[in-house]
Structures are given as C-alpha cells and as structure tokens.
Design a protein around this ligand. Structure first.
Ligand code: 3HC
Length: 310
C-alpha cells in the first residue's frame, strides 16, 4: 500500500498527502532502545545514523544490532539462508554511526531522541539540533515519562515535534505510541503515524499525558505487584505464574521489572509522585527503593527479584 493510500485509508486530511515520506532517520542515543529503533528503521529500508558520545558506545550498539538482526533474519528467512544473509548485510549497510550530533542531523527527515531521561539534557540537545537541522526535519522523543511539551519548549519548530514511544525489545514489540502536543501540526502527526506503519508497527495516538497509555497502566501495576509481596500476600514466583497463566501476560510483573530495569521503573514512578503527590497510584515501594539502592537493578546488573548470575 502506498503512503498516500494509507493516509487516505485512515481518513486523514488531504494536506497530509503532500507530506514527504521519511527516508533519512537520525537516532540520538545508541542504548538498548536507540539501537532497537535504528535496527527496525534500517530493516524497513530507511537510511539511519546512530549518534552517541563515544565510538566505544557505538561499537556496542552495532554489536547489539548484529545479534538481534540475526535473530530476526533466522525467523524471517528460515528456509532461505542466502536471502537471510542478504537481509542482514543490507540492513547493516544502511546504518551509519557518528559521534557528532549536529553533523548527523543535517540530512535527516526525522530525528528520534532516545537518550537519558533527564529533561535538561534533552532540552539542551534539541536546542542545539534545532539550529543544525533543515527546517522541514521532524523531531521526536522516545521518552517514557517526561512531557513532550516540556522537551519541545527548547525548540522553535514546536509544530514539527512529537513523541514516538517504542517498547522493549523494539524489534519484537509491535506498538508505537504517537504523542501529539497542543502544538504538533497535522502534517507532523500524519508523518509520525505513517513512519510507524512503514516500520511495520501499529501506531496508537495519545495526548501528552504522564506515561501515555502503556506506562500509565503498566508502571502502577508493576509497583503494586511489589507492594503485594511486601504485604507478604504471595511470592514473586507465584505472582509471575499467576499473571502469565491467569491473565495471559507473556511475562509476570517481577520478570518484567527485572527486564525493564528496577531503576527505570523507580525513576518513572518517583517523577510522577513528585508531580502528583496526592495520587496514591504513584506511590513508590520501600522494597523497590531498597533493591535499587543495593544496585540490584534486574537482568542488566545480574540480580533483581531473580538472580541472573551464571
Ligand atoms: N531482537 C530480535 N528478536 C528477539 C529479541 C530481540 N532483542 N528478543 C526476542 N526476540 C525474538 C526471539 O528470537 C524469538 O523469536 P522466535 O519466535 O522466532 O523464536 C521471539 O522473539 C521470542 O523470544 P524468546 O523465545 O527468546 O522469549 P519469549 O518467548 O519469552 O519472548 C519477549 C521474549 C518477546 C521479551 C516476551 O517475553 C515479551 O513480550 N515480554 C513482554 C515485554 C514487554 O512487556 N515489553 C514492554 C516493556 S515496557 C517498555 O518497554 C516501555 C518503557 O518505556 C519502559
């Protein structure tokens, strides 16, 4: 289906049809999310540049993409090893690496930021990129908990700014949340929706509200699971079994907490609690705080609610 047909099939305005398809994508941040976003964009034919602070980090991003792309290729081309190798080669060939953010956005149609969850750092970055990028370039943030409006306040192009929120593992999870602020233009919104579809994802739309859709429901659920074991009602393992077999979730809450990172979940909850202290859904848990203080962050540190030490 062409971009135009897709746009019409969603019943969007004719002005949307004039928008140019996104071809060149710059992803700022080569961590797990940034590398995943870059990989999926390259897999679907986009030219991608990943930016991070050092060559070493970029080398790690490349290694993580190579590992993931070979899993995707094995699944996609299980009966045709040559086609699989070609797919891997072409995908990797579409990805460039750069440590200079300003230089990397010059040709970009879309810049996706996936760096540390710190408002000041994001704003400083976008302020710089605003001066370096073409006026037509769309900016998007993959923030999971900060208001897009507050990040976009750092740039002139607020009509060309939105949220594109991906889920971990990006090559597997089919959803993208497309966030529009009061100032996001129809053209920008339509481009972000069309781009998400071009990645083979299913986009949903959400206003710029805390946690958007998924995290607004998921994070309180995860922390309530911790409170449940704090009360001594059940063990983490039994809670995980219950939610997998009784609710059909692919992972139980403690497996997911370990997978996402206990620090990430705590960070999101603390930020909301600070902003909305009267909402009991945003209260954190002592156990979560204690584990984070002990450096038990989940899979990435070797221990969280479960141990991953070999
Ligand atoms: N890259 C490519 N492929 C991958 C992959 C990766 N990083 N991780 C898993 N896969 C593929 C595997 O190759 C496998 O393919 P196959 O079906 O051909 O065998 C398939 O996905 C399933 O993987 P596994 O067999 O290794 O393991 P599972 O069946 O347990 O699935 C999972 C793993 C996809 C992670 C699944 O457990 C799951 O969906 N978990 C829930 C994840 C979730 O909720 N994510 C959202 C987190 S919240 C978030 O991201 C928001 C943020 O803002 C905090």
């Amino acid at each position: 289906m062409s971009l135009t047909t897709k746009v019409f099939s969603r019943g969007l305005s004719t002005s949307a049809v004039r928008m140019a398809a996104i071809k060149n994508v710059t992803v700022i941040g080569g961590g797990l999310m940034g590398a995943g976003i870059a990989q999926v964009a390259a897999q679907t034919g986009h030219s991608v540049t990943i930016v991070d602070q050092t060559k070493d980090i970029l080398q790690q991003s490349r290694a993580s993409i190579e590992k993931s792309i070979s899993r995707v290729s094995k699944k996609k081309f299980k009966d045709d090893a040559n086609a699989g190798m070609d797919f891997v080669k072409k995908t990797i060939g579409r990805i460039k690496m750069n440590t200079n953010a300003e230089e990397s956005v010059k040709e970009a149609d879309l810049v996706i930021e996936a760096i540390i969850e710190n408002l000041d750092v994001k704003r400083e970055l976008f302020g710089r990129l605003d001066k370096a990028a073409k006026s037509s370039t769309i900016f998007a943030s993959n923030t999971s908990s900060l208001p897009i409006t507050d990040i976009a306040a750092a740039v002139e192009r607020r009509d060309r700014f939105g949220g594109l929120h991906f889920f971990n593992p990006v090559p597997v999870m089919k959803l993208v949340e497309v966030i529009r602020t009061e100032e996001t233009s129809d053209d920008t919104y339509n481009s972000l929706m069309a781009f998400s579809e071009a990645l083979g994802k299913t986009p949903v739309t959400c206003k710029d509200t805390p946690g958007f859709i998924v995290n607004r429901l998921l994070v309180p659920y995860l922390v309530e699971s911790v409170r449940l074991i704090e009360r001594g009602d059940a063990s983490p393992r039994d809670v995980d079994i219950a939610m997998k077999l009784g609710a059909g979730y692919p992972m139980g809450p403690f497996e997911l907490l370990d997978y996402v990172g206990l620090d990430t979940t705590k960070f999101i909850m603390d930020g909301w609690h600070e902003k909305f202290p009267d909402n009991p859904l945003f209260n954190t848990s002592e156990k979560l705080t204690k584990l984070v203080e002990e450096g038990k962050l989940g899979v990435k540190s070797g221990e969280g609610f479960y141990s991953y030490k070999k």
